[in-house]
Design a protein around this ligand. Structure first.
Ligand code: HEM
Length: 426
């Protein structure tokens, strides 16, 4: 199968639901393959890692977007994501990332263990209550979603009562991260972006009136400190300033980064919990070992991240000529980096389709690499390292209660529903 056909297959509903066989068809052509005149796809681990760290590559900027995605400014979803750190290049990227990074230092994250533990324990209580008498419960709705959303909301200072709002908004918005999107899907993503923006506009106003000890207040102050003479009307887009002094945010950036922190903070971790639980239930011996030895959780979680990555791809564009995977890439090459395929590169991982938490030096590429390396990686790892041993210990009879249903998404890979029976508490 030639690379263009393999890519078309990957974009089909069946290809999105199970991309792994298609990755192997792409890999058969080499670790980097050309799929169009200036279009490349990377499935090799070393090559993916090198491109993500290569300063000659960046995320698509406004100029390139104008060239390759005419009309993108009309889409609130694309506009919102493009104003966040996720889709900006230095120096804007470094400035925005620095402002949020203080909330994600190893010390701050380690200090959140008790919050995570308490929320996870509480959710297991609820699973037990909902699953009484053998009734099936949806693990996604009852655990995999509320844990990460609860934790990121605690960090951002989002009121607990508002948490149920975000699931649909975030699912809608993240459609825009798919490599291909229909006009209808874009309309849905735009609706999600509008709802999230309206929500955060209000939260920003509330924190401005009454500052709190949370990340939203810190970012609002980073914005207002610079714009104190003319804090924008809530919701009114202010222009991107040319005089950014290195430590401030424009109004659009403030909202865009709050939205990305919220959405990136749970969409992905929800899928790690769902994908990871299915993998553990498929490997009962490995699960039994983790139940007995919760101290092995770090290695298990890294292997779960590798085995079925919650984020399957990202993309970059080159600004200069480069050479990767034996190919010469001209400037303005558009490269899809298949993180999920790199995580199954047999040159890096012997028997890559086997779940093996004892692999040495796992280092999955699931959190990316280089300047955009996931800001929340330590938090996501902490949540999973707490959740899996706890679930296995308190719910030793946890079992699938029917076939889980995959979302038809390639970029953010996860389950729509995951019915389980919880059994008795240990
Ligand atoms: C960036 C994956 C959890 C916040 C990224 C990137 C990946 C990723 C692959 C890089 C994208 C790129 O290079 O284009 C994941 C996975 C997670 C997870 C697999 C869970 C298992 C979180 C959490 C947060 C978070 C809990 C908390 C807020 C971010 C942010 C960025 C990012 C802000 C942008 C960083 C930048 O552009 O500098 N994530 N993430 N993520 N992630 Fe995560």
């Amino acid at each position: 199968m030639d690379p263009a056909d393999a890519l078309a297959l990957l974009m089909s509903p069946a290809g999105r639901v199970d991309p792994y066989p298609t990755y192997e068809r792409l890999r058969a052509h080499g670790p980097v393959v050309q799929a169009g005149p200036v279009f490349y796809v990377v499935t090799g681990y070393a090559e993916a890692d090198a491109i993500l760290r290569d300063a000659r590559f960046g995320v698509m900027d406004d100029g390139l977007r104008d060239q390759f995605m005419p009309g993108w400014r009309e889409s609130p979803a694309v506009l919102s994501i493009s104003r966040s750190m996720l889709r900006t290049n230095p120096p804007d990227h470094s400035r925005m990332r620095r402002l949020a990074a203080g909330a994600f230092t190893p010390r701050r994250i380690a200090a959140m263990r008790d919050v995570v533990q308490a929320q996870a324990d509480d959710l297991v209580d609820r699973l037990l209550a909902g699953g009484r008498g053998g009734a099936p419960v949806d693990f996604m709705a009852e655990f995999a979603y509320p844990l990460p959303v609860g934790v990121i909301c605690a960090l951002l200072g989002v009121p607990a009562a508002d948490r149920p709002l975000f699931r649909r908004w975030a699912t809608d918005l993240t459609g825009v991260l798919e490599p291909e999107i229909t006009a209808d899907e874009l309309a849905v993503a735009d609706r999600g972006a509008g709802e999230l923006r309206a929500y955060f506009t209000e939260l920003v106003a509330a924190r401005r009136r009454a500052p709190a000890d949370d990340l939203t207040t810190a970012l609002v102050q980073a914005h207002d400190g610079h714009n104190s003479a003319s804090a924008p009307q809530d919701g009114a887009p202010d222009r991107m300033r040319a005089d950014a002094d290195g430590e401030s945010l424009s109004g659009d950036e403030l909202l865009a980064n709050l939205i990305v922190l919220l959405v990136a903070g749970f969409e992905t971790t929800t899928n790690l919990l769902g994908n990871g639980l299915v993998a553990l239930l498929d490997h009962p011996d490995a699960a039994a070992t983790l139940r007995e030895h919760p101290e092995f959780a770090p290695g298990y979680v890294d292997e779960l991240l590798r085995y079925d990555s919650p984020v399957q791809l990202t993309s970059r564009m080159s600004t200069e000529p480069s050479r990767h995977g034996g190919l010469d890439l001209p400037p303005e090459s558009w490269v899809i980096v298949m993180l999920g395929a790199a995580n199954r590169d047999p040159r890096r991982y012997p028997e890559p389709a086997r779940f093996d938490p004892w692999r040495p030096q796992i280092h999955p590429l699931s959190f990316g690499a280089g300047p955009h390396y996931c800001l929340g990686a330590a938090l996501a790892r902490l949540e999973a390292q707490v959740a899996f041993p706890l679930l296995l210990r308190r719910l030793p009879g946890l079992a699938l209660a029917g076939a889980p249903e995959r979302r038809v998404r390639l970029t953010l890979r996860g389950y729509a529903t995951l019915p389980v029976t919880v059994g008795r508490e240990a």
